[in-house]
Design a protein around this ligand. Sequence first.
Ligand code: C2O
Ligand code: CU
Ligand code: CU
Length: 510
Amino acid sequence: MKRRKALKWTLIGGGIGIGTIALGGAGAFAWVYSASRIDTFGKIDFDKPLVVPPLAESVTDSSGSRVFDLEIRAGATQFKDGKATDTWGVNGDYLGPTIRVERGDEVAFAVRNSLDVATSIHWHGMHLPAVMDGGPHQMVEAGGDWAPQWMIDQPASTLWYHPHPHGETAEHVYRGLAGMIIIDDEESQALGLPQTYGVDDLPMVVQDKKFVGNNQMVEGGRFMGTQGTIGDEVMVNGTLGPYFDVTTRLVRLRLLNGSNARIYNFGFSDDRPFQLVATDGGLLPEAWETRRLPLSPGERAEIVVAFEPGDTVDLRSYPLEDAHQGPFNRFNGGDDKLDVCRFRAADSLSDDTEVPAVMSTAPDLADAEVAEERRFALSGFNQINGESMDMQRIDFGVREGTVEVWEVSNSDVYAHNFHVHDVQYQVLDVNGEEPEPHMRGWKDTIQLIPKRHYRIAMRFSEYTDPNVPYMYHCHILAHEDAGMMGQFVVLGEGEEIGQVPTVDSAHAHG
Ligand code: C2O
Ligand code: CU
Ligand code: CU
């Protein structure tokens, strides 16, 4: 385990050192610099219908749980003409089905790992017992099974699932293991928002890829890059160059940045405004109208876009100004212009949904009594507060039922982001100022702009376990794998931090 970590560290860090030596002259640097930007605006054919992942089927067992079968397996996908690409998927060749559940549902998953390596399935954004979380302590052996279950008890929102094997998350996600989770609740269903799956309510798993000659996907950063894999082709739900035929005036897009490292800045080709209606943890109190929306890896956003009959417009990713500083913005993809998906509206559009004036209530932790304040400084490629992830080390315990405020900072010149398992948090301020509107709803993952510090507040409720930790980490997957991650437990009254079960006993119930 130690050895692998060191290796990965060199892989990311090495790019910079070698690059500096090899470049030498300013002329070479200028050449590499200008060749490092990708611009596909207006250059994509958009000739493939957008694949919409199927909804996962469930059967209700005798105890009333909805049971979903999920098989993780290897396959091959025809992304391009010619040779099929080797991929991994859940119940299919690439990505997995969308799991749509309602608040109050008892859910159970029959997870089977048909790969020849161990992996896991983590439910990103879900409030659930630590032992069901699917993090690096809940590995599913090659050929093994895992049967987590819990009750869905959180507001309507868009979450996702993906593997979390320590040191290998980047590879497993990149090969195709990811899927969306949609939670509905009574309030969300009554709002009148678009909610017909695949018609006016679309999952959009956005990922960037790098292909080599035989159509195989390869990982790897750009020269001088600091973030791990930055691809040069963008796919949505596994479709390269996708179009979607719009039949309704309003369409809700559930955007998920399922990429290893790339940060997108979404907008439309004609600069039309759109409404942000939900962030990671659920609906906003009221929609926020914007023309641009940044989204870092792991984050989700629900937007509602209005179309006119006969419209053709492209969803794009525009350059980012401040994701990384200086030349790092270029080398980490921040200057790229990328066409993502075309929308082609029919000559007549049905019009029976709306964005209501009031959708939900605002996060309410700003005035809560704070039990503990903590600081998290992300630095380098693998450290939080100067330490790397250790599977056996529980970094701290929080008390069930209390609210904590964490100050999270990025001291580097390139981006990190910050994800916490089990909870949704409220961003209180950014460098002491009110957060931008897209960060004002419930969040479980936020982008960390270089040199800024973010104060976030969260309440830890309900599930306690002194031995099995939840993770917090940078969701730039190469950083996460290198060790930019820590672990905490939620403690009940009188409980003390325990001992992480050893790998063998953790596997026993797999
Ligand atoms: Cu999306 Cu700890 O993960
Ligand atoms: Cu997570
Ligand atoms: Cu990072």
